[in-house]
Write a protein that binds this ligand. Sequence first.
Ligand SMILES: [Zn+2]
Length: 243
Amino acid sequence: MTPFSARSNAMPPPSTNTPAYTIKSRIIHANKVVIPTQRYDLKPPRGLVADDLRMPNFVKPQEMMALLTDTPNYNPSRLAITHGLVKTEFAFVFPAIDEQWRRAAGPQNRITRQFQGGDVFAQATIAVHVLHADRPLEKNKLSEKLFVVIWEHELLHVLDDIEIMRDWLPEKVRDDEWVKKYMTEARELDESSFDHYIRKDKLTPWLRDGFWQEERNRRAAIRDAPARYAELNEAIANIRSRM
Ligand SMILES: [Zn+2]
């Protein structure tokens, strides 16, 4: 057994160059109205909480098309009609930029910034859109059923988006080159890079396009695999035929 003191001696000395930081997930629902599960006999996927169940935003077909065209990796030839869509905005947020990025003047008055640690937020703003034609109508059980079939599917994407932020991204983001260099190792960042990545928030698209989007697409492809999509479309057609 190695005595504790010997072990701790072998560890690198504490250094201001390795700041402690925590990446926390922050979920914002763009849809505002919370719907109790019993209202529509909804069976939400395990992993979502009551607060995650928000009334979707109902859109006309042309609005849905516009939302879809704006979606990366969307393949328009695949689907005839899109009944629902989850749009999620990713952001990487430093809640106190000036405290978290210390400004220092080096030789020849060269201004640099150095990361000081603290909390950083991996933020997802989630919006669920469903076709207006699929909305639940008062005293119309079949319209409620139709809506629930579509909503339950969209909630799987919501769950993915939440789990990506909560369970996947905080660890994964530490492997990113930029994060490793300028956050974990706290290397000096010149003022123009700081301005670009932090002030102008270009770190967000860097991380979003770098790997968040890829993971999101990977999970969406599983949810929307042809067999599962056919099942959903069949369920929709089934209810529609009885309406
Ligand atoms: Zn889907």
